[in-house]
Design a protein around this ligand. Sequence first.
Ligand SMILES: Nc1ncnc2c1ncn2[C@@H]1O[C@H](COP(=O)(O)OP(=O)(O)OP(=O)(O)O)[C@@H](O)[C@H]1O
Ligand SMILES: [Mg+2]
Length: 327
Amino acid sequence: MARDASLFSGRPSELIGQQIAGYRIEDEIGRGGMAVVYRAHDLRLDRTVALKLLAPELARNDTFRKRFTHESRVAAAIDHPHIVPVFEAGETDGVLYIAMRYVSGSDLRHLLDREGPLALPTAVRIATQVASALDAAHEHGLVHRDVKPGNILVARGTDSDHPEHVYLTDFGLTKKSLSLTGFTTVGQFVGTLDYVAPEQISGRPVDGRCDVYGLACVVYESLAGRPPFRRDDDMALLWAHQYDLPPAVSEARGDLPGHVDGVFAKALAKSPDDRYESCLAFVTELRGGVAGHAPTEVDRRVAVARGRDEGPPAPPRWAEPVFRRLG
Ligand SMILES: Nc1ncnc2c1ncn2[C@@H]1O[C@H](COP(=O)(O)OP(=O)(O)OP(=O)(O)O)[C@@H](O)[C@H]1O
Ligand SMILES: [Mg+2]
């Protein structure tokens, strides 16, 4: 349909100022393999949103449409501080779209590209927020399937104890498990293969533990500066995820504490049964087995009420906020 093509594949500037499904397009934020994301104005509610327009070919794929509808409903129903709130998902003129909260900041892909490897405390702080979002989704029966730096949005945090606020986005938007490995009709893979779990590759059933694997790949890259596997071509990379052992992260980062290699070995296990049961269990072990966080004021008030106050709040444990460097 000519209209589809003009909505999606027109040059970005052609859409600026246009209205789509009650949103006025203001600016292009970014584009991935199967979608373009715009900053837009919601004319009904008079607010700024991020409007994602999916490639028209996806609307023609029945499997994708069904899962898109189902999973955007489930994602919209999850009210979680680290999941991007979805305001509306629908279809207009053959193009699927999602309106969601506009997150001002960067995504982890850009952050890593710009800053290189992160300090362990920073990587752990970001991973903890993503892990809590993933575990909440899993409790709702939703598996993300496409955990990767581009789907982790990093905004300014609230204070020096929480220098970044991290949001996970794009539930159910992966094309990877639609067919064997997500190759399009022209044989090109949509998206990256750096974070895909062995069971996704072999077409076995997936559960939350495939997101444990994906998250572990992301945190590995955040620390080592490269994902666990690097190969010359896609088939070799798929093979590596299924059969090769990743190099110890300490090979790239000699400054990390000794327990870290063992934690990644378990989180990146080939069989889901050998991995951590949850994403937070993985991150807790990464932190050295120390669960939780420094008490917030609210926690402290509860603690005082119960007579368990253990003194003043701890000073920020991790001094180096990344957000200041995001620009
Ligand atoms: N709610 C949002 N607020 C602000 N920026 C966003 C939001 N959602 C996505 N973005 C930005 O839009 C860009 C494009 O996102 P998109 O999901 O299309 O691609 P991707 O996740 O990078 O790659 P892929 O196509 O492989 O999924 C991302 O880099 C992200 O920074
Ligand atoms: Mg994305």
